[in-house]
Design a binder for this molecule. Structure first.
Ligand SMILES: [Zn+2]
Length: 251
């Protein structure tokens, strides 16, 4: 029986569809289609999407939010199916845009340094608390070292050489006794973070770095824990005050 009102007709169609969904699916599955059916269908949906972008995006967002598990499984299935393509694509993209990517990453790190540090710390904590991950990381590091052994040794000895030359070229000398006196003067603590140190764990830190014209005289030396010494780098920290002074290039 024909319906005069299109609203009533579509309502009737909807009801029929809900009631006979299995039959309709089976029919759909077994239907013989013309060979270009999928091409035409794809084209039709593409043009529909171009015309109704906003509506389609809203609908798909709504669906995604109300079916998070199913959405995730779709994404996973797609990724598994196209894993080789994805790997190749990522690799090619990275190779092509290496400069841009690393510049972007550097800029991001500079802007969000605290966030990055938190992220690295969380990741390291996760690895440290899991023996499997720890072992995996150790193996990776070993492999990396073995692969780049010659280069690593060369660069380490180069930097050691540079450092020795700098130390030798700087004015001033000190004896072991004078150094131990400095350590005692600072209460056998790190001059920056005040963690307790002994003569083995203390490292020698130059308050004014040698690279910035500092000397080897005992007055320029303070004990520092390895962490502070490393994180200080070429900057100038004032011992006892958690304060940094940036040294200009001219010194
Ligand atoms: Zn320290």
């Amino acid at each position: 029986m024909p319906y005069k009102s299109p609203v009533a007709r579509s309502e009737q169609n909807r009801k029929y569809r809900v009631l006979n969904i299995d039959r309709l699916r089976l029919y759909d599955k077994n239907r013989v289609r013309p060979p270009d059916y999928h091409v035409g269908r794809k084209k039709y949906f593409a043009s529909w999407y171009q015309k109704n972008k906003k509506l389609a995006d809203e609908r798909s967002t709504k669906w995604r939010l109300s079916h998070p598990e199913r959405h995730r499984s779709f994404v996973r299935a797609w990724r598994d199916k196209n894993i080789d393509w994805m790997k190749a694509y990522t690799k090619a993209y990275g190779a092509k845009n290496r400069e841009t990517i690393s510049a972007k990453e550097r800029a991001y790190r500079k802007l969000h340094i605290n966030q990055c540090r938190r992220h690295w710390k969380t990741r390291m904590d996760k690895i440290r608390s899991n023996p499997v991950l720890l072992e995996q990381r150790r193996r990776q590091q070993q492999e990396y070292y073995q692969k780049n052994r010659a280069q690593r040794i060369a660069s380490a000895s180069f930097y050691a050489k540079v450092r020795r030359a700098r130390l030798a070229g700087a004015p001033g000398t000190f004896t072991e006794l004078q150094w131990l006196a400095r350590l005692e003067f600072y209460g056998c603590c790190c001059a920056y973070c005040h963690v307790e140190l002994n003569r083995n764990s203390a490292t020698i830190d130059h308050v004014i770095p040698i690279s910035a014209g500092g000397s080897n005289w005992p007055s320029n030396l303070v004990p520092a824990c390895i962490r502070c010494n490393k994180s200080k780098g070429k900057r100038r920290w004032v011992p006892g005050f958690l304060q940094t002074i940036k040294i200009s290039e001219s010194g």
